[in-house]
Structures are given as structure tokens and as C-alpha cells.
Design a binder for this molecule. Structure first.
Ligand code: NAD
Length: 341
């Protein structure tokens, strides 16, 4: 069976340490007949030597532009701005199909170069995404919220290991556990949030769709922490209203993993912008009744090793179908064709 040449590129963002295929999976691919080339990278969480030991070839950062015809260039985040014309097949999150800023320019680069985009977000089976970072987004989003609630998060955050994060969560468990609510608890990020809150020793309430049809507002506001992990497309009754932000309530800390901050469907509409690694927390409410929000939109990059391992575990089994663009690859290709012609 034909196996495409996979080319794992260096990420362009200086803060991005994740990698789409980890060495253990690369070794499996090599054993299965793939040629895997891995670019040198100053930021990647995994040293290049581990890929060499796995049987991969290496190449300088950015050399994918000269990769052989037919090579599939695999990455996570956006491509560098050069070259302007893209000739290869690229697998990454391009954020190019929902009218996002810069989307048309990205698609034009493919149009001009004759290349092909197989966007990871659109790899689906029966309409459901098959490769995503949700679990670790929820995990780290909930963990940061607990640390903030416990007065242990001041200032900037940076990539960390799960062991360090878990140690901080365990060491700081109070005698009376905080009451934490996860909404969207059955989803990928909700599952991660519940797990992190468990490690932190919180008393966890889980709500999903059936539990928010009629919103029990006193019950919601009666928690110390809220972690929002829903996927919402339509405008709905907010989880916390503007009036409730300024009123007395037990709820003091919100982790907004969903981060729909500029969307009509924002379920926490009192906050309309993301927070950042440099300034992770924004304060609302009054001095007497503050409500603090963490709404970081690149949470999985804060746990680069765990995120890479789970992403790679989901992506690797799909790669044998890549040569013939079947299964989830066909679904993603359809989106590309719809948008480039
Ligand atoms: N901040 C980040 O870095 C980051 C990273 C990854 C994903 N996300 C975002 O997190 C969100 C969740 O992603 P996911 O992968 O966990 O999605 P998912 O589809 O796995 O889970 C979403 C869950 O929300 C539930 N839900 C939907 N509407 C609800 C409602 N009104 N009330 C209660 N539950 C409801 C669903 O039933 C489902 O269980 C998405 O918006 C995604 O874009 C953010």
C-alpha cells in the first residue's frame, strides 16, 4: 500500500512547543512503511534525537518548502508568511473556513500554488471531529481556575508539565473542598476539567445539556467555581447574567474554556475578550463580590507534552488512509474544495 512521505515541520510561533506526531508514534509509522522527516525546532517539547532513534530523517527548520513533491507537511498552528504560494499538501489547523481574519489570504496561497489543505478541525467521522485538543484544554483551564481561587496564581502562566501542575493542585487542597461546577461535563474538555478538579480535591457537580434546559440559577451561583466547557452555536440564556455579576453570590471564579467571547452564542456575555498567558485573569463584579474570569484560548499549549501525546494518538491511526484521501481525509478535503473553487 502507498505510504505518503510525512514531513513534520517546525512550528512558526515561538511559544508553540507542541508537535503533531510524537516519537513513539513516528516509530510505528516508520515500521509501517512511511518515510517521516522531522524538522529541527528550537521550541519543540520533544528533542530531535528521539525522532532519529525512531527511524525518522531530519531536516532544517522551514525546509518543508523544498520537500519532495507528494510529501505531506504536518503541523499544528499557522504556517509562516513565506512562501506566498503553497504547493504541498498541508495538515494543520488553518482556521480558514469561517470567515476568520486572514482566512482568504491563506486560501489564496493554496489557490496560487496548487497545494491542498487538509484541515485537522474538519477531520470527521459521521460529522464528529476525530482529532482535537479538548481534554487537556479542559484540564488546564480548570486547574488554573482552582489555583487562582486558592490565591496561587498571580502573574503570567507558561508551558508546564502535568506532574508539576498536579503537585500544585494536590498540595493546596483546603480542608473544606471548594464546590466546582463543570458545564458541558460530558464533552472532551468537560471530561478533562472534571479530572483536574478531582485531582485538586474539589467537590464536583457535572452538568450537560439535559441539566441546563431549565437553568437552576441559584444552584449555579451556589458554587465557588464554574468551568464552562460547552460547544454552543445559538444564542441562549446566559449562565451568568450582567445583574448577577454585580450582586452577592458564592461564585467567585470562572474558567471559560469555551472562549466564545466575541460570539452571539457567548454564554458568559459579561466578558467579551480573551485573557492571555501574560495576564490570565480578568476581574469583574464589585470589590466586595468580585468575579474573576480566565478565558485563555490556547490552553492546550500550556501542557505541550500531554497535548502532543493525545493529539498524536488520535492522528496516527488515520494516516494510512491519507494516501487515498479516504475516511476523515475525504471529509476535510471536501471542505477545502468547497472553499477554493
Ligand atoms: N480555550 C481553549 O484553549 C480551547 C481548546 C480546545 C477547545 N476549546 C473549546 O472548548 C469548547 C468545548 O470543546 P470540546 O472539544 O470539549 O467539545 P465537545 O463537543 O466534546 O463537548 C461539548 C459538550 O457541551 C455540551 N453542551 C452543549 N451545549 C450545552 C448547554 N447549553 N448546556 C450544557 N451542556 C452543553 C455537549 O452536550 C457536550 O457534552 C469548544 O467551544 C472548543 O472550541 C477551547
Amino acid at each position: 500500500m502507498t505510504r505518503p512521505h510525512l514531513w513534520i515541520r517546525a512550528e512558526a510561533r515561538p511559544t508553540e512547543q507542541r508537535v503533531p506526531i510524537v516519537p513513539a508514534d513516528a516509530a510505528r509509522l516508520v515500521a509501517d512503511g512511511f518515510t517521516v522527516t522531522v524538522e529541527e525546532s528550537p521550541t519543540r517539547i520533544v528533542p530531535l534525537e528521539e525522532y532519529v532513534e525512531a527511524g525518522c530523517e531530519t531536516a532544517p527548520a522551514g525546509s518543508w518548502v523544498d520537500a519532495p513533491e507528494g510529501a505531506v507537511v504536518v503541523g499544528i498552528k499557522e504556517l509562516p508568511e513565506q512562501p506566498t504560494d503553497l504547493q504541498h499538501t498541508h495538515v494543520f489547523f488553518a482556521h480558514a473556513y469561517k470567515g476568520q481574519e486572514g482566512a482568504e489570504e491563506v486560501l489564496d496561497r493554496f489557490r496560487r500554488g496548487g497545494g491542498e489543505l487538509l484541515d485537522v478541525e474538519y477531520l470527521t467521522v459521521d460529522g464528529k471531529r476525530v482529532v482535537a485538543f479538548g481534554f487537556w484544554a479542559g484540564y488546564v483551564g480548570a486547574a488554573l481556575s482552582v489555583l487562582r481561587h486558592r490565591g496561587l496564581l498571580d502573574g503570567a502562566v507558561a508551558p508546564m508539565t502535568r506532574d508539576d501542575l498536579d503537585a500544585r493542585l494536590r498540595e493546596s487542597t483546603p480542608t473544606t473542598p471548594e464546590r466546582a461546577l463543570v458545564i458541558g461535563s460530558r464533552g472532551r474538555s468537560g471530561t478533562g476539567a472534571v479530572e483536574a478538579l478531582g485531582v485538586a480535591g474539589c467537590e464536583v457537580t457535572r452538568w450537560d445539556r439535559a441539566d441546563t434546559k431549565v437553568l437552576d440559577r441559584p444552584a449555579l451561583l451556589g458554587h465557588d467555581l464554574l468551568v464552562n466547557c460547552v460547544v454552543s452555536h445559538d444564542k441562549q440564556e446566559p449562565f451568568v447574567s450582567a445583574a448577577e455579576v454585580d450582586a452577592p453570590r458564592r461564585l467567585r471564579t470562572v474558567g471559560d474554556v469555551t472562549c466564545d467571547v466575541t460570539s452571539e452564542a457567548n454564554l458568559l456575555p459579561f466578558n467579551t475578550s480573551i485573557t492571555t498567558w501574560e495576564e490570565p485573569v480578568r476581574r469583574f463584579g464589585t470589590d466586595e463580590h468580585p468575579l474573576e474570569v480566565i478565558a485563555i484560548d490556547n490552553l492546550p499549549s500550556l501542557l505541550p507534552r500531554e497535548s502532543s501525546e493525545s493529539f498524536s494518538a488520535e492522528l496516527t491511526p488515520l494516516l494510512p488512509d491519507l494516501a487515498v484521501r479516504s475516511g476523515p481525509w475525504a471529509a476535510s478535503l471536501e471542505w477545502f474544495r468547497k472553499h477554493v473553487h
